[in-house]
Design a protein around this ligand. Structure first.
Ligand code: SAM
Length: 251
């Protein structure tokens, strides 16, 4: 029996915007694909690899129809479909919708450098001590705000992706209203890695009333996050609880 060609799609992270932050493998995958689905911004870092391919360009009005058309084309031709996504495809990039639209395809994800990683690097904080909250995706923004507050109260740094629903200024105002210290350090990274990149280092109260572009990531640096000494102390306490006999012998 003839074997049917497998339908394949790759969601490709293309980094935060600069072409120098696209991985060689991402370039190779996109060069190999014959059908491309993406928003203009997703294609910018890989402009050089998409020339001559069948491109389904998404925008605010047509993104569902463009997705369906690209999927139909890939099914009809059995050609590789690449879906470039700015940053990393597993972060606020409509992953669930794409997976649903690509039912019947073998889907691979190629990770990319996220704007969140760049912002954490500029702020010099650990990602694993941070909560990442996107106000860009679907879901209930009010619930996300409550979650953000809980994380802050638990000593987590906050890394938030701006959207028209919540930009850095109104977010800072809301956090202060909920009791966050006004002098909490913040960093806003706008248009990261692009020629117009802007890094603002400030505090919550000075952020209130300021305007930032939608292409911004805000890092709220939590003064309640444990210091290195506290980390050591917490770990020693945990170890002593775990092995009371051993630790007593060592004293
Ligand atoms: C649709 S989400 C995509 C996130 C992306 N998948 C990532 O990993 O960075 C778009 C949001 O990501 C953030 N973003 C993406 N690229 C950025 C950049 N170069 N500079 C600052 N923020 C960026 C902004 O908060 C923007 O509103």
């Amino acid at each position: 029996m003839p074997t049917r060609n497998k339908l394949k799609a790759v969601l490709v992270g293309v980094g935060p915007g600069a072409s120098t932050l696209v991985t060689p493998e991402a370039r190779e995958i996109i060069s190999r694909a014959e059908i491309i689905l993406g928003w203009d911004m997703n294609l910018l870092p890989v402009r050089d690899c998409v020339a001559g391919k069948k491109i389904f360009l998404q925008d605010v009005r047509n993104y569902v129809q463009a997705t369906r058309a690209a999927v139909r084309e890939a099914k009809r031709t059995c050609k590789l479909l690449a879906v470039p996504r700015v940053g990393d495809p597993c972060l606020s990039s409509g992953l669930k919708g794409l997976i649903r639209a690509l039912a019947g395809f073998e889907v691979q994800i190629h990770p990319g450098i996220s704007s969140v990683q760049l912002a954490a690097a500029y702020a010099c904080i650990n990602l694993d001590e941070s909560a990442i909250i996107s106000f860009h995706d679907l879901g209930d923004p009010e619930e996300k705000k409550q979650y953000m507050l809980e994380c802050f109260r638990k000593g987590r740094h906050l890394i938030t992706l701006a959207s028209p629903d919540l930009r850095p200024g109104p977010m800072a105002k809301w956090l202060i209203q909920q009791g966050a210290p006004r002098n909490t350090d913040v960093l806003v990274g706008s248009a990261l890695s692009l020629p117009e990149q802007n890094i603002t280092r400030s505090n919550l109260s000075r952020l209130v009333g300021r305007e930032f572009p939608w292409l911004s990531v805000t890092v709220v640096i939590n003064p309640g996050a444990p210091s290195l000494d506290e980390d050591h102390q917490l770990w020693r306490q945990w170890r002593n609880r775990k092995k009371p006999n051993q630790s007593r012998r060592r004293k």
